[in-house]
Structure formats: structure tokens, C-alpha cells
Design a protein around this ligand. Structure first.
Ligand SMILES: [Zn+2]
Length: 88
């Protein structure tokens, strides 16, 4: 498998080995699965402060099984280095 190069959603820097990302799986205000990678904690913090993400509603635990049944695009992701994902 090839390790994927990520583009930081906030500063647009390219980097390997993603530790931080935002996943729309966890927020109720998204109908589409998107992954937004971040190069480090500073960009996560800046993004959270400028996007209003702190106020986004979390999905209810009961929503997760419903999403899993919608298809593989809603699978649980714990590492984004070796997968294809959609960002925006
Ligand atoms: Zn960054």
C-alpha cells in the first residue's frame, strides 16, 4: 500500500502521517462523508475557532448504525494514511 500525502485543510501544506482530521461522520450537520486533514494541533485549533465547529451538533449514538447501513463511505475510520477519502 502507498502512504498517502495529505493536504492540510487549514494552511494547505502537504504532509504525511496524519494524526489530526475532522470527520463529518461525527457531526449531525453534514449529509456527506468528508475528511478534513490537519497538519498539526495549531491548524486544528485555528480551524475550530474560524469554522464554528465547536458549535456543530454531534451525531447521536443511535445515528451511527443507520449511517453504517448506508454504505462503505460511512465506515468507521481510525487511520487516513492508507485510504482514499473525499475532502472538500
Ligand atoms: Zn496546517
Amino acid at each position: 500500500m502507498t502512504k498517502r500525502l495529505h493536504t492540510c485543510y487549514h494552511c494547505k501544506k502537504s504532509f504525511f502521517n496524519a494524526i489530526y482530521w475532522m470527520d463529518t461522520l461525527h457531526f449531525d450537520n453534514f449529509d456527506k462523508r468528508l475528511i478534513r486533514p490537519f497538519c498539526g494541533p495549531k491548524c486544528v485549533q485555528d480551524y475550530n475557532e474560524t469554522s464554528g465547529a465547536r458549535d456543530w451538533p454531534n451525531r447521536k449514538p443511535s445515528d451511527y448504525p443507520i449511517l453504517q447501513r448506508k454504505g462503505p463511505e460511512w465506515r468507521i475510520i481510525d487511520n487516513i494514511d492508507y485510504i482514499e477519502y473525499e475532502s472538500d
